[in-house]
Design a protein around this ligand. Structure first.
Ligand SMILES: [Zn+2]
Length: 295
């Protein structure tokens, strides 16, 4: 018997060939779906994070401090005491709902400060070296206490878990070309959240300055320094592409808010405890130089 073999029709399961507009429409639909999906998840996290009791958050301190323990400035009681005193005052007077806040100096040249899960603030020696007064340091630390009070560090932790989860769950199913769409929608959805968080943390820091110092001028001088750092990194205000992808508001926008804000009448500069701040700054500089030389 003769078998008439015919090639299977490869076109059976294919739709009409797609033009460029079809491909673009698909990408746009995927982007919109991912955008909405991530937005809803983010919103849920931001609603849920503030309900996690601080006692639970404090249990995370040990885990997250290990991430930075390699950089921690060691064996410096005077630096630790100085930071703990400043942060302790802020906690007692403005954040009594938080059972404990810790503050640690890291020997890192890049200027930065952030709040980790576990109500712990870290500030780099690079940033300390740029600051000129205890008031400026108080503003930076209070801004971070603001993040802890508003539970932004816990929202950040939820974000991190969300990103890892999405990458694991969705990664294998998404076509490769949607990778950049995915990461862009990710930045764009987080952008509005983190900018609002930064402004709220600024408000907290400015409020602390107004009540503890009687002047909010130090917030402006800190933003001025941030502005110079941004200029060095090539970040310009008014650059649309940079502005769309930046998660932080520009420092000029941040200082404008203070100049127009609730405490705009408290802009006269007040300096206090300059000698103890100078000693603290010098100790961080010398001890970090020693520590970095050893590593
Ligand atoms: Zn911040």
């Amino acid at each position: 018997m003769k078998i008439n073999y015919t090639e299977p029709d490869h076109k059976v399961n294919q739709g009409a060939p797609e033009g460029l507009s079809g491909v673009l429409l698909n990408v746009a639909l995927i982007a919109l779906t991912v955008f909405l999906f991530i937005f809803v998840l983010r919103y849920t996290i931001s609603l849920a994070a503030p309900h996690i009791p601080f006692s639970v958050e404090l249990k995370l301190r040990g885990i997250f401090s290990t991430f930075v323990s390699g950089y921690t400035l060691k064996d410096s009681a005077e630096v630790e005491d100085y930071l703990e005193n400043l942060v302790g005052d802020v906690k007692r007077n403005f954040a009594s709902e938080v059972p404990d806040v810790s503050a640690t100096a890291l020997c890192i040249k890049e200027e930065n400060a952030f709040a980790l899960p576990g109500a712990q603030i870290v500030i780099t020696s690079g940033l300390i070296n740029e600051l000129d007064s205890e008031e400026e340091l108080l503003f930076v630390l209070s801004h971070e206490v603001g993040h802890i009070v508003h539970r932004d560090n816990m929202k950040g932790l939820g974000e991190m878990l969300l990103q890892v989860g999405l990458a694991v769950v969705l990664g294998p199913f998404l076509p490769q070309e949607t990778g950049s769409v995915f990461s862009n929608t990710n930045i764009w959805t987080s952008r509005s959240f983190t900018r609002a968080q930064e402004y709220k943390a600024d408000d907290f820091g400015v409020m602390v300055l107004a009540k503890e110092v009687g002047s909010v001028a130090a917030s402006l001088s800190v933003f001025d320094k941030f502005n110079k750092m941004e200029e060095k990194m090539g970040i310009r205000k008014g650059d649309l592409a940079q502005s769309l992808s930046a998660t932080h508001p520009h420092s000029l926008d941040r200082s404008k808010r203070v100049k127009l804000g609730e405490f705009k009448n408290l802009l006269t500069e007040i300096q206090r405890n300059s000698a103890s701040f100078s000693n603290f700054k010098q100790a961080v500089k010398e001890k970090c130089a020693l520590q970095l030389a050893k590593d």
